[in-house]
Design a protein around this ligand. Structure first.
Ligand SMILES: [Zn+2]
Length: 441
């Protein structure tokens, strides 16, 4: 008897040690309490103009795989112009995520001062086991704090949750390192590839995967990443060039000339992109467009997208993925953009690699050596030095960046600056379910 009790006691102690060493055991049980292994997609519509906006629920869809982490269920980053939360009946937040969208970018163009427009968006949560409420918030430009835009009840037993398979496109594995819940899953989606061009897409996706793992920090983190490809077929080859009156019938309706900027290539209908990807594993969507014309775009927790065949395909892909995956801001300030006053200089931007100095302590101040002048002159002798360089976020004055040159500034930069590198590493930690790394916020 004594022996038995002792054995039970040892087992209990062992359990405590195991549990203490693996905090995800607790976290996993939280996940299992609220969510199934499936994914719920909320298709919503954002509508308004430069001064006002509203959000409307269009429909809900059931998808097979939740590929995201089962720990870190509430967003640790505070990035994005928007956020959505999932709350239980007591109001506890059981999931949250920040994001950007094309509508918000459009709201900063001159057109939005005179016209009201609507853009759709698709947002994913683990499929709930209980009735929940999904609430959308906008970040107020003046204060930087979040304001509620709308809330939608979700009943997991609702018979109207769309459960059909919208397509049977083949998902292939390019790099598989393990359970999607514990890996960052990047999905390459074919756009503007006809049935006969699918081998070209396979080659292109493989090449983009090589670009990824040739660049730090992805190179060192390869074992934390799965790469998938989705062979979505288009009627026509290529993409739209509205300013040249060239129109192609493609699966994602991608187009150059977004907001009347020649090189701004996007697929404005996010619901179409999400619907095509609905049966695939993904944390981050990346659309490869079958064109040799220079262009691309990347929007945080929306998708990244760029041209397949161009001498600059590698740096543009890594730059756009920096936006869409890691929430990095543009460190350049000389190229033409459609935005007006994109950043409010009176508040700290949320992007980890830009500062207005309103709250520089929350950024990379601790990474600057005492011998480095602050602000740091935009001179070659400071190449490779972490400092405070004026110019970034489309403005030459009032916004600062960490490095003379970075992948988020030019295509000719050697790679990501140390601040961007750390931000990407933290995002990989988040998706792999590792304990969230502290540091710059
Ligand atoms: Zn950078």
């Amino acid at each position: 008897m004594n022996k038995l009790i002792k054995a039970a006691g040892t087992a209990f102690l062992l359990l405590i040690i195991l549990t203490a060493g693996n905090s995800s055991l607790f976290a996993d049980s939280t996940y299992d309490k609220y969510f199934t292994n499936e994914r719920l997609r909320l298709d919503v519509i954002f509508a308004g103009d430069a001064s006002t906006q509203s959000v409307f629920l269009e429909e809900l869809a059931r998808e097979p795989f939740w590929s995201g982490p089962r720990v870190n269920l509430t967003d640790p980053f505070n990035y994005g112009e928007y956020r959505y939360t999932v709350t239980d009946s007591s109001g506890n937040v059981i999931f949250s995520k920040g994001f950007n969208n094309l509508f918000q970018e459009w709201r900063t163009t001159a057109e939005a001062k005179t016209v009201k427009k609507a853009f759709n968006g698709s947002y994913h949560i683990p499929f709930p086991k209980i009735k929940v409420t999904v609430t959308f918030y906008e970040r107020e430009k003046e204060s930087g704090s979040f304001r509620e835009l709308g809330r939608f009840p979700v009943d997991p037993d609702d018979k109207l949750i769309l459960s059909d398979k919208p397509n049977r496109f083949k998902t292939d594995t390019i790099v598989y390192n393990g359970n999607p819940a514990e890996k960052l899953d990047i999905l390459f989606i074919a756009e503007g590839y006809t049935e006969n061009e699918m081998q070209k897409f396979r080659d292109d996706a493989l090449r983009f995967s090589r670009y990824l793992f040739e660049m730090e920090p992805y190179k060192s983190r390869k074992s934390d990443i799965n790469v998938w490809s989705l062979e979505s077929v288009s009627e026509d080859s290529g993409t739209d060039l509205p300013h040249k009156d060239i129109w192609k019938n493609t699966i994602l309706s991608s187009t150059f000339y977004t907001f009347r900027i020649d090189r701004y290539l996007t697929a404005p209908n996010q619901k179409t992109v999400a619907s095509v990807a609905s049966s695939s594993h993904f944390d981050a969507l990346y659309v490869i467009v079958n064109t040799d014309i220079y262009g691309g775009g990347g929007i945080y927790n929306f998708y990244g997208l760029s041209m397949a065949d161009h001498p600059q395909s590698a740096p543009v892909f890594l730059h756009e993925l920096g936006h869409s995956l890691a929430g990095l801001g543009d460190e350049y300030y000389s190229s033409a953009v459609a935005y007006e006053d994109f950043y409010n200089l009176k508040r700290e931007p949320w992007e980890p690699n830009l500062t207005t100095l309103v709250d520089f302590d929350s950024k990379w101040r601790d990474k600057i050596q005492k011998s480095t002048p602050v602000p740091t002159p935009n001179e070659e002798i400071y190449k490779g030095v972490t400092g405070l360089f004026e110019g970034g976020g489309y403005m030459s004055k009032g916004i600062y960046r960490p490095y003379l040159d970075c992948r988020m500034k030019t295509n000719s930069a050697e790679g990501f600056c140390p601040v961007c590198t750390e931000a990407i590493n933290r995002m990989i930690d988040y998706y792999t379910g590792k304990k969230y790394l502290g540091g710059v916020e």
